[in-house]
Design a protein around this ligand. Structure first.
Ligand code: AKG
Ligand code: FE2
Length: 275
């Protein structure tokens, strides 16, 4: 079975239809090579500093670098990509937020990661097989081929339920050129491949989750206040500085977290203590 690719000119409706039907869609060459090179340069100091995973699930030959909003201004641009956000808006219509920003660097001689659903990080709840809570996006910062350890995907597995034991033979490698993005349902089984090449494979994972869920990477503390105050409001809302239509996320006396965050410590003092 082959995976579904669309060109960068695809519409939100086309990409959303593929995601709903197949549980995934790949948008080829959506980001410019220049942006990818900037991301690599901005994150270079953090790449080697990261430790290898301490379990087979995390990947014994895999390094994970988080806090990408704080560390990489160019990553913010990819996070705010209008086509991707349009697709996520359709998949998670009752408001969503960032759940995780993480560069996944799969080093040579790695083992394949076990096939899993990303929504399993939320815990072993009896999730409805048809209800979407999470959309994962994986940007190919380096080239994704079967040899470099491209993410492996079990097509159509998003409606089959949780905790299923898929085998390597069920999975297809998401081969894609640099700058492409693989968009996955949080219910779709997938895992990184074995890197048999000589280069490190870099995939930038950006997860989006329903706005009422707890973030895997706490966005409020993963970005320093002095950086937070320089960010555009739409990115801040995505980080969680927003109130859901049912008023989850408010501060103190029904205040909007965005105004409190942008106002700094003085605004917080005034809002909470009246001083
Ligand atoms: O980087 C990849 O290819 C996928 C990693 C992954 O699925 C995960 O760690 O949850
Ligand atoms: Fe995953």
């Amino acid at each position: 079975m082959s995976l579904t690719h669309l060109p960068a000119s695809a519409s939100i409706e086309e990409a959303s239809a593929c995601l709903a039907e197949h549980g995934h869609v790949i948008i080829d060459s959506l980001a410019s090579i220049e942006d990818l090179d900037h991301i690599d340069a901005e994150l270079e100091p953090w790449y080697d500093a990261a430790k290898f995973g301490d379990s087979e699930h995390a990947g014994l030959q895999t390094k994970r670098t988080g806090a990408l909003i704080a560390r990489s201004p160019t990553a913010r641009k990819l996070i705010m990509n209008p086509l991707v956000l349009g697709v996520v808006t359709k998949a998670l219509p009752y408001m969503f937020q960032l759940g995780l920003t993480e560069m996944v660097s799969v080093w040579p001689d790695s083992q394949p990661q076990f096939l899993h659903q990303d929504q399993s990080v939320l815990g072993p709840y009896p999730f409805e097989p048809d209800y979407e809570l999470m959309i994962t996006t994986i940007w190919a910062i380096s080239e994704f081929t079967e040899e470099t350890g491209a993410t492996r995907v079990v097509p159509e597995s998003h409606r089959l339920g949780s905790m299923l034991p898929f085998s390597d033979a069920d999975a297809v490698s998401a081969e894609m050129p640099r700058g492409s993005v693989l968009i996955l349902s949080g219910r779709l089984y997938h895992g990184s491949g074995a890197n048999r090449s000589k280069q490190v494979r870099r995939g930038m994972t950006i997860d989006f989750i329903a706005a009422w869920l707890r973030q895997m990477e706490n966005q409020f503390l993963s970005c320093l206040p002095e950086i937070t105050r320089t960010l555009p409001e739409d990115l801040l809302r995505l980080m969680g500085y927003q109130v859901t239509p049912h008023s989850v996320g408010r501060v103190g006396d029904w205040l909007d977290p965005l105004s409190v965050a942008l106002g700094g410590e003085d605004r917080l003092n005034e809002a909470l203590l009246g001083t």
